[in-house]
Write a protein that binds this ligand. Structure first.
Ligand code: DQA
Length: 159
């Protein structure tokens, strides 16, 4: 088994980096329930977020997976490579203690984001495991929420 990634891989001479993680079914944005999630694709949203990060002097690395283990591995690796995590855990928000544990292991600032207002929707969406570790939660602003999350993370990281 490969050893856990070291905590010293971040390059202090480079701009700080924000990892943006997207959970299951978000690869289907654009065609997935557009009245709830909007018409833009995930690519559109990640481009928008990256542009905002560049304006603020930050790097981004945006990823999506339909598999919980991928998200957990990327969170572990982030410990040595990135300075903060923005995550839309999608359906795993409401089920995954393992993602919560991984975010705790990362010791990085976390911002949770949802396109929809999960509190206005079915009761099973009201509870989030990830919120336990998040500095803050942005929900209900559609794709613009990713730009808001980049703004908030940039502010934390500049403090
Ligand atoms: C979501 C909300 C979740 O409840 C849902 O399972 C998703 C997307 C959102 O962005 O609004 O897949 O995280």
């Amino acid at each position: 088994m490969a050893p856990a990634s070291p905590t010293s891989g971040r390059d202090p001479t480079k701009a700080k980096s924000i990892l943006i993680l997207n959970g299951p079914n978000l690869n289907m944005l654009g065609v997935r329930e557009p009245t709830i999630y909007g018409k833009e694709t995930l690519q559109d949203l990640m481009t928008m977020a990256a542009r905002r990060a560049t304006e603020l002097g930050f790097l981004t690395d945006a990823r999506q997976s339909n598999h919980e283990g991928d998200l957990i591995t990327w969170i572990h690796q982030a410990r040595g490579e990135h300075h903060g995590i923005i995550i839309n855990p999608a359906g795993y928000t409401h089920t995954s203690i393992a993602i919560l544990d991984a975010l705790q292991v990362s010791e990085l600032p976390v911002i949770e984001i949802h396109l929809s207002n999960i509190h206005k929707r079915e009761e099973f969406r009201h509870h989030s495991y990830v919120s336990k570790v998040a500095r803050g939660v942005i929900c209900g602003f559609g794709g613009y929420g990713y730009v808001m999350a980049v703004d908030a993370m940039a502010r934390f990281l500049k403090e």
